[in-house]
Structures are given as C-alpha cells and as structure tokens.
Design a protein around this ligand. Structure first.
Ligand code: AMP
Length: 410
C-alpha cells in the first residue's frame, strides 16, 4: 500500500492521536449493542497506540441523526463496551468539538483513551465543512483512519481533517480491509467466482463491470437475477425487475459472453404471491407472500414472484463453488429475512464455508451476506468478513475511497 500505515509511526509517546473509528454499530430499543464486531476490530489499533504511550482520541459517527443531537444515536454505550474490551477507562465527552473536548484532551496522560460524541450531530460532518474539520483536527498531532465502513464518504472526520494534520495513517483494520479486498484480489487464485445477490442490478453493475476481466464466473441470486432473466426473454411474473436496466443487462450479458466468463443465473426458484395490505396510520404497507411453491424451471408464472433460488440452482451453485479457489460474496439469494425464503442464502453461506475449508479463499461483504454467514454459524470458517458494506462495494468497483486518498503517502 502506498499510504502511510500505523505500523510506520514512530515516537508516539505523549502524542495526541485522533483515531477515526467506525462505531456505527446496531443498537436495540434499549440502546444495547447487538453486534460489536466493529468495536472489537479497532482494539488492535487502540492498543498499539496506548502501549506506545500515545493519547488516543476516538471519533466516529452513529446512524443518521441529520445534524441534530439524538440521544438514541449517542456513542456513550460504545465507550462502556470499549472499557470492558480494553480493560482500561475510556472517558466519554458528549460533544466532538469545542471547549469540553479541548479541556478533556488537555488533561490526558500518555496511554489515556477518550471517545468523542457522534460527529453526525453536526451537519458540517457530512458537508465536509472546512471549519468543522479544522476544529476536529485541533485535538490531534497525528490522525489514524480505521473506519473502513465510512472510507467511501468524503466527510469532515474521514477526509477533511487530513488537510490540518500533517501525519495521517491507515489503522490496522483499514489496512486489513484494503489487503483482502484489494491486494489479494489483484492476482486471485483461479477459478475466481463472484456471488452477487440482493435487490438491485443497479447496485451491483459496477462490481460486475470492474471484475469482468478478472473473474472466471459470476453466480447470481436475489431479485437482481430477474432483471437478467427478463432480459434473456424468460417469464418473471411479478418479480422485482428494474425495467430501466433491461437494456444494460442485455449489454452486460453480451459483454460477458464475448469475454468468455461464465454467468450463472437461477434455473429454478421459490415463488410466491406478493400481497400488500395498507396499515392504517402507517406509511409502510404489510407485505405477505402467499401460496409459495417451487417453479418448474427458470420461468416464473404470471401473478407470482421469485423470493429465493430453488433446489436445482443451489446444487448447480454448489458444484461451481466447490471448484473455486477465490470467492467474493455480496448480497442475499432471496428474501432471507423471511425464514421460508432463506434456504438459498443460508445454503450459499454453508457452501462458501465448505469451499473455504477445501482450500478456497473467501471474502464476504455487505450487511446481509454477513448476517447470513453469522446466522449459519460459519463466521469463523470463511477467510475474511469486511466491516464495510457500501465501502466494500465501491472498492470492488475500483473506485478510489476518499478516506484512503486523503491519508499521507508513505
Ligand atoms: P441489497 O441491499 O441490494 O443487497 O438487497 C438486500 C435485500 O434484497 C434484502 O432485504 C432482501 O430481502 C432483498 N431481496 C433479495 N431477494 C429478493 C427477491 N427475490 N425479491 C425481493 N427482494 C429480494
């Protein structure tokens, strides 16, 4: 990597290190953390700094408070959990800029850790406001970015601050993400297969385009499969289809064929009748799927929509994936939130784990695929789980991440 890394930093004793972490963790209605992966993943960076006598000032966003103070999006619960994980006090400041922050940081001793309040309580954060970035930067002699999940956003705390701090380095988590999603995939062991699912073709078309020349094959599931199937002339019933992307899907299929890559689409489906009933007083209607059954082949009958990949498809995908030496997976194979339609997604999770045990390298990105991997209890049987959904997709698309671009060169 051409960017400065935390491991390159010398003479940290007494230095104030501003660390941008991604503590945008899910909370339940009682503000209890329901998945602490992102917190745990930053421990290595924090300990590296505290062991060398640095003063660690942690900053992050949480949720989308839209520039207002929203108590349910406070980072306070994260400070409490960090204390337990680090086995040392973590002071929490209920602001991220201003007097209180300056005072707390001014009193810090080498090895102390402070967590600042949600940066998105200020609209200036997402606006990448220069003055706000300057205020954030004022408490750091050195900046470390370990927030891969937000590296695709040019915000004040991810990019703007770097204009005001001379030494800006990548933390261990950021480095690890870039290694797996970047370096490891630059010359992948073959066959290299990319599994893509989820709701929209438009969200994944960039990844297909970027990996087209590199991947040996694509394995497609989820609603995005129906746009491709319709483009090929199959009946898709009332499945979710992006009509305005049919032309693009056709072009893509022609390109893939010309390049000789394999493009696997479902050959059967689990289908159901989608019924939407308005709920009085609520914006969202209640969605039910009735009369579920298996389709006979790749076509879907009128009045029905595809909700999961079928058993024949699962077996085909298993056969392909068991040959793979490198696998990237992003997006569920069906409406996996509903247990009856989650078989395809969970089965793919188990297949990826089995393929990994048989010697493949597997890289999982995107919130839903990660949920499926964890729920199928195979999280420890895959090679790498990315902490960034949008960031990992943008990186795979070959785009430069502003949070990485802003760091100092080695
Ligand atoms: P994405 O954010 O694009 O990865 O999409 C994830 C969402 O796609 C999940 O909430 C799934 O329920 C949804 N999804 C997957 N397959 C289907 C399908 N066949 N029909 C409707 N929604 C789907």
């Amino acid at each position: 990597m051409s960017k400065l890394s935390i491991a390159d930093l010398k003479d940290l004793r007494g230095k104030r290190v501003l660390v941008r972490a991604d503590y945008n963790v899910p909370l339940d209605e009682k503000c209890a953390i329901t998945d602490e992966t992102r917190i745990k993943e930053t421990i290595k960076t924090i300990e590296f700094l505290t062991e060398r006598g640095a003063k660690v000032i942690l900053t992050s966003h949480m949720g989308r408070p839209d520039g207002k103070r929203v108590e349910s999006m406070s980072l306070r619960p994260v400070a409490a959990r960090l204390e337990e994980l680090l086995k040392r006090p973590v002071a929490f400041v209920d602001d991220c800029v201003g007097e209180k922050v300056a005072k707390t940081v001014g009193a810090m001793q080498p090895g102390d850790v402070v967590l600042l309040e949600n940066t998105r309580f200020y609209t200036e954060e997402e606006d990448n406001d220069v003055e706000f970035a300057k205020k954030l930067a004022s408490v750091g002699d050195i900046y470390v970015n370990d927030a891969f999940g937000t590296a695709h956003r040019a915000h004040a705390s991810t990019a703007g601050v770097c204009k005001f701090i001379e030494t800006c380095a990548a933390g261990f988590l950021l480095r690890k993400e870039l290694k797996f999603l970047g370096e490891e995939l630059s010359s992948p062991e073959r066959p290299f297969l990319v599994i893509l699912g989820g709701a929209k073709v438009s969200d994944k078309i960039g990844v297909i385009t970027s990996l087209l020349a590199k991947a040996d094959g694509f394995i497609i599931g989820g609603a995005m499969a129906y746009t491709f199937l319709k483009a090929q002339g199959f009946g898709v019933g009332s499945s979710l289809v992006e009509e305005d992307k049919l032309g693009l899907a056709k072009e893509m299929l022609a390109k893939i064929q010309a390049l000789g890559a394999k493009f696997h689409l479902p050959v059967d489906h689990i289908v159901a009748q989608k019924v939407e009933t308005p709920v009085p007083g609520q914006k969202k209607s209640k969605v039910e799927f009735k009369n579920p059954h298996q389709s006979a082949d790749a076509s879907i009958e009128v009045g029905f929509c595809g909700v999961d990949i079928g058993p024949k498809t699962i077996e085909r995908y298993r056969a392909e994936l068991m040959q793979a030496k490198t696998i990237v997976w992003n997006g569920p194979m069906g409406v996996f939130e509903i247990p009856e339609y989650s078989t395809g997604t969970f089965e793919v999770a188990r297949i990826v784990a089995t393929a990994t045990q048989a010697g493949a390298k597997s890289i999982i990105g995107g919130g839903d695929s990660i949920k499926a991997i964890k729920k199928a209890q195979v999280g420890d049987k895959v090679t790498f789980i990315s902490t960034g959904g949008g960031a990992s997709l943008e990186f795979l698309e070959g785009r430069e991440l502003p949070g990485v671009a802003a760091l100092s060169d080695k």
